[in-house]
Design a protein around this ligand. Structure first.
Ligand code: URA
Length: 188
């Protein structure tokens, strides 16, 4: 079912991002995973390869997943809020997010994860409608979603690329704790 959806998007023109894309970046990881991760949008490396989170941020994400005991190929299904690269890596526009929302919903409905990691504020804002809540406040909190699915916002790895400290309660330290907690709640 996911394969059909993926193929149907190769000709998608629902928003103007199709004009400059090289590849629609659909997903990576396992369709049977209990954990789903939703990022923002593809960057240049992802647009070139057609695979989410393969650039610098993706490499850092891999390190964090490994440290938290989450196997990228087996334990997690990775997708983005928007499947095509915005020019110059700008944030996706609200109209682009809306145009791609149905695709993301279908991915969630087919994968049926127990926990969704909302990676960064763009993904968080698509699911948590409280305009006052920031990623700094929301990260590590568990929000109830439909069908018993839990939502957990975490810092985006692009942000962590700029924050090197490993001190207790630093963004990197907190993210590792968040991912370990996510792994735990995904198996109960
Ligand atoms: N950042 C994202 O949010 N998604 C990717 O696929 C790559 C970088």
């Amino acid at each position: 079912m996911l394969q059909k959806l993926k193929e149907s998007l190769n000709n998608c023109t629902n928003c103007s991002l199709y004009k400059e894309r090289n590849n629609v970046v659909f997903s990576d990881g396992s369709e049977n995973a209990k954990i789903m991760l939703i990022g923002e949008a593809p960057g240049a490396d992802e647009d070139k390869s057609g695979i989410p989170f393969v650039g610098r941020a993706g490499k850092l994400l891999n390190e964090f997943l490994e440290k938290a005991g989450i196997e990228r190929k087996k334990d997690i299904y990775i997708a983005n809020t928007v499947k095509c690269r915005p020019p110059k890596n700008r944030k996706p526009l609200p109209c682009e997010k809306i145009a791609c929302e149905g695709n993301l919903q279908k991915q969630i409905d087919i994968v049926k994860p127990k926990v969704i990691i909302l990676c960064g504020s763009c993904a968080m804002e698509s699911f948590i409608k409280d305009k006052k809540i920031t990623i700094t406040k929301a990260r590590g909190q568990v929000f109830e979603y439909k069908d018993g699915i839990k939502l957990v916002p975490v810092f985006h790895p692009s942000y962590l690329l700029r924050k090197h400290s490993l001190e207790p309660n630093s963004p990197r330290d907190l993210t590792l704790k968040d991912l370990k907690m996510i792994k735990e709640i995904s198996v109960v």
